[in-house]
Write a protein that binds this ligand. Sequence first.
Ligand code: BV8
Length: 258
Amino acid sequence: MVLRDEFHRAVEHLARASYLTVLTGAGVSKESGIPTFREAQTGLWAQYDPQELATPDAFRRNPDLVWAWYMARWNRVAGAQPNPGHRALVDLEKLVPMVTIVTQNVDGLHIRAGSRYVVELHGRLGRFKCFDNCQGDPTLIDLEKIPYGRERAPNCPYCDGKVRPDVVWFGEILPASVLQGTISAISQCDVALVVGTSGIVQPAASLPAEAKRRGATVIDVNPAPDELVAIADIYLPGPSGEVLPALVEQLKNRVGRG
Ligand code: BV8
């Protein structure tokens, strides 16, 4: 069966890998109960397009609406746990000499699962900064030290401007340190494992093709064919919470650490 062959090819590439870069999107957190970015939002948020809220202009126009959206998402993430897919990526660190996770997700679940090398392309829910970075970029703000509520964006204790989430919005450039870490992981890897991303948002969506251009084998894990299937060497259909543990199981047997 084609799938079985593809699966075993993926295990062979992982067994021979010396540097694995894992590129993850919202799909890897789906089985932790966190809806993907493109899924219809629930309740109050159903009337909004996430792409319209995740921008500096939206925050300038209506800081309290955008603030409340992030508070609701932060609240949901705080109650979520890493799932078997996150944990399988941690297990890979014992089976491949070097593993770096480059994630689009802002939920912090890879770090909470125990992954050691994680590049968070788009920042992190629960980290906050002055909208104007008045003390330097970034001017991080400890919410515990200022009065804040869930409904209204608080004021910066330094400049009295607005406090915002420390995430990368549409139209904003990714931090230089993040880009450096990403380029390093993409240029060194001999296997790029792409998990749970629709492959739409740039520049993250260009990373698998860049890894391939540099000679890496690209493996794509997604229950639905995404934009990246076309350039993937191997496509494994299925939820990451099932496919990744199965890959790790087979890899353990293959390298004799079962
Ligand atoms: C920038 C943080 C330079 C905020 C996010 C070309 C070059 C450069 C820029 C652009 C370009 N083209 C367009 C742009 C602009 C823009 C962009 O990409 N627009 C898109 C819509 C076309 N990019 C930017 O603005 C970026 N900045 O490039 O700066 C610049 C600046 C100014 C002017 C010029 C250049 C910044 C983008 C960062 C945006 N911030 N997040 C927040 O979270 O609130 S993006 C956000 O959406 C997420 O972080 C994530 O990255 C993205 C959602 O994508 P996915 O993770 O893939 O999630 P999605 O829901 O789409 O898909 C989930 C997948 O999971 C699906 O395929 C599904 O099948 C699968 N799945 C479901 N269940 C499972 C599963 N998979 C596995 N297991 C399962 N169980």
